[in-house]
Design a protein around this ligand. Structure first.
Ligand SMILES: NC(=O)c1ccc[n+]([C@@H]2O[C@H](COP(=O)([O-])OP(=O)(O)OC[C@H]3O[C@@H](n4cnc5c(N)ncnc54)[C@H](OP(=O)(O)O)[C@@H]3O)[C@@H](O)[C@H]2O)c1
Length: 327
């Protein structure tokens, strides 16, 4: 599998990262083991998990499934989300993150985490406190690199600047949602990350499955699918616009003899500034399909067709910014 550099770390990670959000949920241990085995066999070396996925079970399964191969992968996890009903068991504060890292190390069965990411911003803590705590964890040898996820543009830049000013371990990556049905980060986050040499690791590159072609109408949702399991998600994800984008993906896929999932993933994989999209799969068959997204490129006219179908109207000030700077 093609390798890419994780921001400015110099560390080479595979172009497709393996996500583990299904582990302990749609994928039991055996399915997860098969997914991990196939991913490693295909040359993948980058695995993303989080403490909150099934409240620790996904981390445990990931650690067990990797077993003695742990050192072969760049292992990323996240903390900050509630791990219990205890109000002390959450947040991006020093107290919780320090304990959360210890708990993740135990569940993953490892002495170090390669990339530790703050899962979501926490407006109750100055970002400087969060980053100072993570710097201490780097210096203690518990984590190697620091990443953020789902941060707003201004917060991210503030964090980057704080690390530089204080000489703390820098933010090396950002993990935002990005797909043909969720292109908002093109406005702020992607240019910001490119300008600062930060790796971008898109989550839900298939829009949670919407871009695989399995959903043709909001009223016809397969029961054994993520959206079949959640009416709220189905309502949110299966808008008319999103279904039209899925149709455009299907048309390109048919024309070039690929699957919808491969086309949608290939598009994300080759967007400027993207490092490694994170794959989600409930079984090895889905993973196999998704691995076929790598090693080729969509033609320019196919990219244009997908762009046209999925483009979002520009909100202020981006609309005027473009007009004025084109004068
Ligand atoms: N930082 C964050 O806040 C955040 C949030 C979400 C996820 N993530 C990370 O990103 C990873 C990927 O996210 P995601 O799972 O939402 O990604 P996704 O690729 O958009 O969706 C994956 C889901 O789509 C369906 N699917 C995948 N491949 C398929 C195929 N070839 N054919 C048919 N259906 C297929 C499966 O769901 P069904 O079979 O159930 O339909 C699968 O669970 C996660 O594992 C996690 O590591 C991070």
């Amino acid at each position: 599998m093609q390798l890419r550099t994780l921001g400015r770390t110099g560390v080479k990670v595979s172009a497709l990262c393996l996500g583990t959000m299904t582990f302990g949920n749609e994928a039991d241990f055996d399915a997860a083991q098969a997914i991990v085995d196939r991913y490693l066999e295909a040359g993948g070396n980058f695995v993303d998990t989080a403490d909150v996925y099934q409240r620790g079970a996904a981390e445990e399964i990931t650690g067990r499934a990797l077993g003695a191969r742990r050192a072969q992968v760049v292992l990323a996890t996240k903390g900050r989300m509630p791990m219990s009903d205890d109000p002390l068991d959450r947040g991006a504060n020093r107290r919780h993150l320090t304990r959360a890292v210890e708990a993740s190390l135990t569940r993953l069965g490892t002495d170090w985490i390669d990339l530790y990411q703050v899962h979501w911003p926490d407006p109750s803590v100055p970002i400087e406190d969060t980053l100072a705590a993570l710097d201490d964890l780097v210096n203690a040898g518990k984590i190697r690199y620091v990443g953020l996820s789902n941060y707003l543009g201004w917060e991210l830049q503030r964090g980057i600047d704080a690390c530089e000013r204080h000489g703390w371990a820098p933010i090396v990556s950002h993990q935002p949602q990005y797909s043909l049905i969720s292109r908002e980060i093109e406005l702020e986050t992607l240019p910001l990350c490119a300008a600062n040499g930060i790796a971008v690791l898109p989550w839900s590159p298939l829009g949670g499955g919407v871009l695989t072609g399995k959903y043709t109408a909001a009223a016809a949702v397969p029961a054994d699918s993520r959206l079949g399991a959640s009416e709220a998600q189905a309502k949110r994800r299966l808008s008319e616009q999103n279904l039209q984008v899925a149709q455009a993906v299907g048309a390109v896929a048919e024309a070039i003899g690929k699957t919808s999932a491969q086309v949608a993933l290939n598009w994300v994989l080759h967007r400027p500034g993207v490092t490694s999209p994170i794959l989600g799969a409930r079984n090895v068959g889905q993973l196999e399909d998704n691995l076929g997204a790598e090693g080729w490129e969509l033609a320019a006219e196919q990219v244009t067709a997908l762009d046209r179908a999925s483009r979002l109207p520009l909100p202020y000030p981006h609309d005027m910014y473009r007009l004025i700077n084109a004068m």
